[in-house]
Write a protein that binds this ligand. Structure first.
Ligand code: MN
Length: 714
């Protein structure tokens, strides 16, 4: 691909070569619209921004995408990066283009979330759009390819992040959709930025090898071409170099050195029919000795991304190993272009049979994820299902089931049906009983033994390989735990009510609805689960059912405490310039923004943040190596818990006064407890959600000045 910016004229001409009826005026409109929208922006290298959408559109035209996809390519960044609204696009360019652009627009960052979470949610959104219209991902691929080609202009940290994401998600996805050239480009470009030295080393070694073996490869190609032609078979014979990342992967996975790789160079034979492929293979094997175990028949057993070819490695002239790939022209097209090979989107929504196979995978995945709230797991599934290494096993009915290599009978059972998975208790491979963690072998006939009374075990999660099995098992366990929670919660609450002589019928009354709302949960069942899991105490519920006059100070506490979930990850802390680190707040000193801080690296639970003068810290932190300096990042929207000890005279109404005072300052009380000592005063411990030390000291002053308060301290 040229680095020179393509022009609108060139783009237009290119599209007209394969789509003569394309609406050129709409295309020009899109170009000027995008130009206008991005006019104040520049790419990081300093060129006008329009060069980027234009390059993306040009890649799409090289892939022979229809003109609407190309228009969407020109507009793909307008909604995300400029003031343009999706409705503007819908108004001018229609629903189809608007749908594509919308699918390519990241979610706006409403709430502060970690990078990983945001990333996962954006992918989830894109996948949902892609399941409806595959062009969404093709345009995203083109966008990513151009960004990878211009990655050198970005700062190194950003380069690495984008390259890692490309290698992690886009390359496997391109592979899954069968677009071989794109997978290789993504991998090599990522490789270059992630491991620059290894990359350069590989490039130079490959170049040297290529030079050394050029004559040899030409002569072997000539020999085989002559022999094939003698048999009357038409064939193109060429040789090529494996892509760099593929070589590197082979070195790593087989723990070998560059010189031990025999298929850096390979010969590819493209012929007309399937039978010519097998005939050609026969000819190769009759000239040179094949190496046992190296022959692979991907024609009879296509890879899951529909890749087809015959692979064999032989001992060539002079004892050198030579790898051959034999395929038909059509198989070659599929191997290179995958889903993009058959562009049949002239009528939206109509896809041919082959594309349907790619899309089935996608739809299956999206469907299995419908009730999955966790976007991160969704992303794992996308990556997980891309595994190209597969094992083929046979059902008792003689059907072939394809599973990722390393799959177990449990994976197989879930692949057949969720219920078979849930009730699976044993398995037979070729008639013999095997353990559930047995690794399925190619050609095994697998028979699953089920029992209606058995359910999945948590242990299965340790050995299953497919996301499908993993998700189903997790869902079952969650459901089961919930059931147990309801039973336990109900029992605990009933016992508590009996203790207070509250009739159980109260639980059926309207009151229950109010109580449920006061805990901000959804249903009575959720209430029981929360009690069963210890999130809400049965005592709290009983209190709310009691008539108000019987309330003691403890009940007042429950009344004035907002049920705030304990946060596990706080935002806005910086540890020597690293953000998004897992940390928690020291429960001994409750630091808030404005305090001087010290971080203590715990074993396995991130960093605990303490006030610099926390006595507890001085006791535990003898090990200097585990101390890090930290500072708050100012954030007006975040609150932090602060602990206050308040001593008051024991008089009714005092707590209500204090609560009113605190909430008048718009501060939430997330926890409150009372201790009585022999002095008959009330000792209260508040956990308040405050913004910073300023707000905290102002509330301390107000509390101290309030009637009946004897003492306030942090
Ligand atoms: Mn872009």
């Amino acid at each position: 691909m040229t680095k020179k910016m393509p022009t609108l004229k060139e783009l237009q001409d290119k599209i007209l070569t394969y789509e003569p009826d394309a609406d050129v005026s709409l295309l020009r409109k899109a170009y000027y619209f995008s130009h206008e929208a991005h006019c104040s922006q520049k790419r990081i290298e300093g060129s006008p921004y329009i060069g980027h959408p234009l390059a993306v559109a040009s890649i799409l035209a090289d892939m022979h995408m229809d003109y609407k996809a190309i228009i969407a390519g020109l507009l793909h960044d307008t909604v995300e990066d400029t003031a343009t609204l999706i409705d503007d696009i819908r108004g001018i360019f229609g629903n189809e283009v608007a749908f594509l652009v919308e699918g390519l627009t990241k979610l706006s960052r409403m709430e502060p979330k970690s990078y990983k979470e945001t990333q996962a949610e954006n992918f989830r959104k894109m996948f949902l759009a892609m399941a409806e219209d595959i062009r969404v991902i093709i345009i995203k691929f083109a966008d990513r390819l151009h960004n990878m080609n211009t990655l050198e202009y970005l700062p190194p940290a950003k380069q690495r992040r984008i390259a890692a994401e490309t290698l992690d998600i886009y390359a496997p996805l391109a592979n899954r959709l069968g677009i071989g050239w794109l997978k290789s480009s993504f991998e090599d470009l990522s490789f270059k930025f992630l491991m620059p030295e290894v990359y350069r080393d590989t490039v130079s070694k490959v170049a040297k090898k290529k030079e050394e073996l050029e004559e040899y490869m030409n002569s072997v190609s000539d020999i085989i071409k002559k022999e094939i032609n003698k048999e009357g078979i038409e064939a193109e014979v060429s040789w090529r170099v494996k892509h760099y990342y593929g070589i590197y992967q082979k070195m790593v996975s087989q723990r070998i050195l560059f010189d031990q790789i025999h298929d850096v160079l390979g010969i590819r034979i493209i012929t007309d029919t399937k039978s010519s492929c097998y005939a050609t293979l026969g000819i190769i094997h009759s000239i040179w000795t094949p190496i046992p175990g190296q022959f692979k028949d991907y024609i009879a057993m296509p890879k899951s991304n529909l890749y087809q070819s015959l692979h064999t490695t032989v001992i060539g002239p002079g004892g050198l190993r030579v790898e051959f790939q034999v395929r038909t022209r059509e198989m070659h097209l599929i191997a290179e272009e995958g889903i993009a090979s058959h562009w049949v989107y002239k009528e939206k929504g109509k896809v041919n049979e082959r594309d349907a196979k790619y899309i089935t995978w996608l739809r299956e995945m999206v469907k299995s994820q419908k009730d999955q709230r966790d976007a991160k797991e969704f992303l794992e599934e996308v990556k997980g299902e891309v595994t190209p290494e597969v094992v083929y096993v046979i059902t008792p009915k003689g059907e072939i089931q394809e599973l990722p290599a390393g799959s177990t009978p449990v994976d197989f059972a879930y692949a057949i049906h969720t219920e078979v998975g849930h009730h699976c208790v044993g398995a037979k491979a070729n008639g013999r009983i095997v353990p559930l963690r047995y690794h399925l072998q190619n050609g095994d006939t697998i028979d699953i033994i089920t029992s209606k009374t058995h359910g999945p075990s948590k242990d299965w999660l340790k050995f299953v390989v497919t996301q499908r099995a993993r998700n189903r098992i997790k869902q079952w366990i969650k459901k089961e735990e919930r059931k147990q929670g309801v039973i336990l919660g109900t029992r605990l609450l009933e016992t508590e009510l009996k203790r207070h002589n509250i009739p159980l019928s109260h639980l059926k009354s309207k009151k229950l609805k109010t109580i449920i709302e006061s805990f901000s949960i959804k249903s009575p069942e959720d209430l029981y689960v929360s009690i069963g899991f210890g999130k809400i105490s049965p005592h709290q519920v009983a209190n709310r059912l009691l008539p108000p006059k019987e309330k003691g100070i403890e009940d007042e506490i429950a009344l004035h405490t907002k049920n705030i979930k304990e946060q596990k990850e706080y935002k806005g802390i910086n540890i020597k310039g690293i953000d998004n680190i897992l940390y928690n707040i020291g429960k001994c000193c409750y630091p808030v923004p404005g305090d001087e801080l010290t971080g203590f690296v715990t074993r396995g639970k991130g960093v605990t943040i303490h006030r610099k003068d926390c006595p507890n810290l001085q006791r535990v932190a003898l090990d200097d190596a585990r101390i890090v300096s930290v500072e708050w990042e100012p954030d007006d929207n975040e609150t932090t818990p602060a602990k206050l000890l308040v001593e008051t005279v024991d008089r009714p109404g005092i707590l209500a006064n204090l609560s009113a005072l605190i909430s008048a300052e718009e501060i939430n009380i997330s926890h409150l407890e009372a201790n009585s000592y022999s002095d008959r005063n009330a000792h209260l411990t508040f956990i308040l959600q405050v913004r910073d030390t300023k707000q905290l000291s102002s509330i301390i002053q107000k509390i101290a000045a309030s009637g009946g308060v004897l003492m306030v301290k942090r």
